[in-house]
Design a binder for this molecule. Structure first.
Ligand code: DC
Length: 224
């Protein structure tokens, strides 16, 4: 059976992670979370007190950082320099820091080669902002997952509240809105839908339905 590259892009809170994990599970593919890479680099930059406008320090950071991803229960654990930072990278502060650092070309270049190496053999579902446009413009199946700002904010809020974080719905919607602007307006590899991506709006449909739609497209591509 042909093992293809499946790209899922979209704004924060659109449901990419949940859907990408399920899809990878159904296909027996590896799940790759490109956002977790930016989050981990942002966390290390914060720990090292690096000014993200300091190009030389960013390059040194990217050269020295060790990132590993360990499959866990259908998802992935993010290991940064030997330490499991899976929870530490999911705070609202790190979301914004990841978005900020992801606008820097030094960081994008370093992560781009890692992402390509991880996915080049196919049999992978990658999620992010530029998977179908920049990382793998020739991916066989591309999706752009979207939902209304309100709905995405609500989902993010529920996730954070369930982890016991002290957040409000209004602030979470505002954070998502800011990140939308940040991620779509940067110069390098901004969030945008690839011309040949299938648009899926998940505002009013559940995870299962989204996954079914995607499976249909993927099966078509692999000729099943
Ligand atoms: O998907 P996420 O929320 O974990 O991503 C965190 C940030 O990383 C996001 O706001 C922008 C950046 N990112 C990116 O620029 N390119 C990607 N392919 C994935 C994430």
């Amino acid at each position: 059976m042909k093992k293809i590259i499946v790209a899922i892009d979209g704004p924060s809170g659109s449901g990419k992670s949940t859907v990408a994990k399920r899809l990878a599970g159904r296909l027996g593919y590896m799940y790759i979370d490109t956002g977790a890479m930016y989050r981990a680099v942002a966390l290390q930059a914060k720990r090292d007190n690096i000014d993200i406008n300091d190009s030389a320090s960013l390059i040194r950071l990217c050269e020295s950082v060790r990132l590993e991803f360990v499959p866990d229960n259908g998802g992935l654990r993010t290991i940064l320099n030997g330490e499991d930072v899976s929870e530490a990278i999911r705070t609202p502060e790190m979301s914004m820091a990841a978005s900020d650092i992801s606008a820097r070309k030094e960081v994008r270049q370093a992560l781009l080669s890692l992402q390509r190496r991880m996915g080049e053999n196919g049999g992978v579902v990658l999620e992010g902002r530029d998977v179908g446009t920049v990382i793998f413009p020739n991916a066989e199946a591309k999706f752009f997952l979207d939902a209304s700002l309100e709905e995405r904010g609500k989902r993010r809020y529920k996730e954070l509240a369930a982890k016991g974080m002290d957040v409000t719905l209004e602030q979470t919607i505002e954070d998502v809105r800011k990140r939308d602007i940040n991620d779509s307006s940067r110069e390098i590899a901004p969030l945008k839908m690839a011309d040949d991506a299938v648009l899926v709006d998940s505002t009013n449909i559940g995870v299962e339905e989204v996954v079914e739609k995607m499976i249909e497209v993927v099966q078509d591509k692999i000729g099943r």
